[in-house]
Ligand binder design. Structure first.
Ligand code: ADP
Ligand code: ASP
Ligand code: MG
Length: 415
């Protein structure tokens, strides 16, 4: 008998018929003699609606300005979508003769940090759920939520049900974590923008982590990280065609064919800040990035020019669009200390990245990227690299063109 964690995303549980379909898939897995824990997302669109309600109700009467709700209450509100689907699936299972019990994050419990809105899972106690599984029940867990210190409900950031599923699989010491979604696996790039994208039979933990963190939202970044950390054997497959395809996220050693580039990711959630004519002296980077860190802003790409006269230089860095206003405020607040002449901002940029463990062994991979983009007349604004990825910042309007051109250049197009 194996222990399996199954996860179903928002489109997979979008209405009652789909929830009934999910119940059948769960029943099938249980009929094979397996113990099953299921993690569910909110019905498609539900979390967006709840997030919008939070912002609306937080606005002072008569004001049009956007307001931030109290993050603890935000979590109480947005976590509710998953409570509904967990209950509905438990009932749907009961209706086809499968004993099932729903579990909210606090009941498992799934302990998280206190960072409401984007909490990190710190531990999953599998004992109570394991007892329930041993009684023959299917455990239906509300994804996306946990319990923070002081027993407050917390949520894990958008797309967080993937992370709940991998954490549950690790906590229960499950044999496998199956992530069911609206595509039949992890593709060489987002199949919604590249029709010729190809499904990957296997992808390494490390590549999945890079793909996710660089924008491929098929699996949440933290889920890829946890899968890698706990070596959870994870599959991505389609709810609507479960017997077709699928992708196994696995150890690098289990992948035979290592092409120079495995996949291409993109992110539009980028903004660029440039400080012109900053003093070229020791401590200047600390003077800029210290206040940003204090303001909780994550800085991604950074370039500093060589100064022509040894006195002044320019520095460019990127942040997410959601953090742009906070980043600008932190810089402007410290303007005198930093001593820049001008501050420029641009929120119409995007990041395109090529990822592949094969890059380590193939020289010249980045050059193909630069040449391909130049042939399309796309200007590269910032570059950053690591051992298994190269990222470039470009104007947002060229994202799809860039991804398609690179997909062909690295011979990833489906035949
Ligand atoms: P769920 O609601 O099931 O969690 P998501 O919408 O979060 O589903 O993730 C699935 C979507 O991820 C797909 O519909 C696809 O458009 C997108 N996606 C982005 N990059 C990739 C990729 N490399 N492979 C597969 N899907 C991708
Ligand atoms: N319902 C949450 C969201 O839409 C979590 C998830 O679907 O994974 O972000
Ligand atoms: Mg998702």
């Amino acid at each position: 008998m194996a222990k399996i964690a199954m996860k179903f995303g928002g489109t997979s549980v979008a209405d009652l018929d789909r929830i009934r379909h999910v119940a059948q898939l769960v029943k099938k897995e249980r009929d094979r003699g397996n113990q099953v824990a299921v993690v569910v997302s909110a019905m498609a669109g539900e979390t967006n609606k709840l997030v919008a309600w939070c912002s609306e109700i937080a606005r002072p009467p008569g004001s049009n300005a956007s307001a931030l709700p109290d993050q603890r209450e935000y979590d109480v509100i947005v976590a509710s979508g998953e409570q509904v689907t967990a209950g509905l699936l438990a009932v749907a299972l009961g209706a086809i003769g499968v004993p099932a019990r729903s579990w909210m994050g606090w009941q498992v419990p799934i302990r998280t940090s206190a960072t409401h809105g984007s909490a990190r899972i710190e531990g999953v106690d599998g004992d109570l759920m394991n007892e329930s599984l041993a009684r023959g029940e299917v455990a239906v867990v509300a994804g996306f939520q946990g319990v923070a210190p002081h027993d407050r409900i917390s949520t894990l950031g958008r797309g967080g049900s993937d992370t709940s599923a991998v954490a549950i699989a690790a906590g229960l010491k499950a044999d496998r974590c199956d992530i069911y979604t609206d595509v039949d696996g992890v593709y060489t790039t987002d199949p919604r923008i590249v029709a010729k994208a190809r499904r990957l039979e296997r992808v390494s933990y490390e590549e999945m982590l890079e793909l996710a963190s660089l924008g491929a939202k098929v699996v949440q970044t933290r889920a890829a990280e946890l899968a890698m950390l706990h070596r959870v054997s994870t599959r991505v497959l389609s709810t609507f065609d479960p017997d077709k395809g699928g992708t196994l996220i696995c150890d690098e050693d289990d992948i035979v064919e290592k092409k120079p580039v495995t996949g291409i990711a993109y992110s539009r959630d980028e903004a660029k800040i440039t400080l012109l004519k900053i003093p070229d002296r020791p401590g200047i980077a600390a003077a800029i990035f210290g206040p940003l860190a204090d303001a909780g802003v994550n800085v991604d790409m950074i370039v500093q020019n060589v100064s022509e006269d040894g006195k002044r230089t320019d520095l460019t860095f990127t942040v997410t669009r959601g953090e742009l206003a906070r980043a600008l405020a932190a810089i402007e607040h410290n303007a005198d200390h930093i001593g820049y002449r001008e501050l420029l901002q641009d929120a119409t940029v995007a990041k395109v990245s090529i990822i592949g463990i094969g890059m380590r062994a193939h020289p010249g991979v980045a050059q193909t990227m630069f040449r391909t983009l130049s042939e399309k007349g796309i200007n590269i604004q910032v570059i950053s690299t690591s051992e298994i990825k190269v990222s470039v910042l470009i104007a947002e309007e060229y994202v799809e063109l860039a991804v398609r051109a690179l997909h062909s250049a690295y011979e990833l197009d489906v035949a």
